[in-house]
Design a protein around this ligand. Structure first.
Ligand code: SF4
Length: 224
């Protein structure tokens, strides 16, 4: 794990987390980010904040108004009730600042009990708000992690979360989350660019691929 961390650091630098201390912001933003680009998510979030003065207003507004505000983010009809339901679970007045010091299990259990909130969203809230050591496993982290053998093939996202937490040093959580995403976008794409990859000598996926290539000429020769 540390060798992978170091190689990724050589490639992409050492990102530093700047926790913003606003878990409700992170919760809503992460729900908005589902199935859309960062640009569309940000546009939807900005419109939502401009339309309503506070989170209680968002929670209590007619759902059609919330849907209208977040329309640029896509799936507004699905996301608007999801946001309101999540906000209804956040106390009155809405406040999640207690998550900063809550025991980890309690914080995760609470967040994942909110409608529409899974492990990834819960991890985002904790790491980006408070720099609590979590590794949100999105599609990039899952794909790259699986190929690098960090967890077993076809592990669920939930299992991948648990394994990543076990194998990563807490102080490396943010760095690895960001750099695995960068690597997933740049090189280890759905169609991986293994020939260009600086991690291939430590990658089980690459080793399997290389072994299959070595065997292929023999097989072809025998068949001929
Ligand atoms: S060698 Fe290929 S599969 Fe392995 S990390 Fe690099 S791009 Fe991904």
């Amino acid at each position: 794990m540390r060798a992978i961390r170091d190689r990724l650091r050589e490639l992409y630098g050492r990102p530093v987390n700047h926790p913003h201390g606003d878990p409700v912001h992170e919760l809503v933003k992460t729900i908005l980010s589902q199935n859309t680009s960062d640009t569309n998510r940000d546009a939807a979030y900005e419109r939502l904040r401009k339309r309503f003065d506070n989170w209680e207003e968002v929670r209590d507004a007619p759902v059609s108004e919330v849907a209208d505000a977040i329309r640029p983010g896509g799936l507004s009809v699905t996301k608007s009730p999801r946001i309101q339901e999540a906000l209804r679970g956040c106390g009155d007045p809405i406040d999640l600042s207690w998550l900063r010091d809550a025991p980890r299990g309690e914080a995760i259990d609470f967040l994942t009990s909110l409608p529409g909130v899974g492990r990834k969203t819960a991890a985002c809230v904790l790491i980006f708000s408070f720099d609590r050591p979590e590794i949100p496993v999105d599609t990039h982290v899952h794909r790259v992690g699986e190929r690098l053998g960090l967890f077993r093939d076809r592990a669920s996202f939930e299992e991948a979360h648990d394994v990543m937490l076990r194998v990563v040093d807490p102080e490396d959580a943010y760095e690895l989350h960001i750099n695995l995403i960068r690597h997933g976008r740049a090189v280890c794409r759905p169609r991986p660019r293994c020939e260009q990859c600086a991690l291939r000598l430590m990658c089980p996926y690459w080793r399997r691929l290389a072994a299959a290539r070595r065997q292929r000429p023999d097989t072809e020769a025998k068949e001929a």
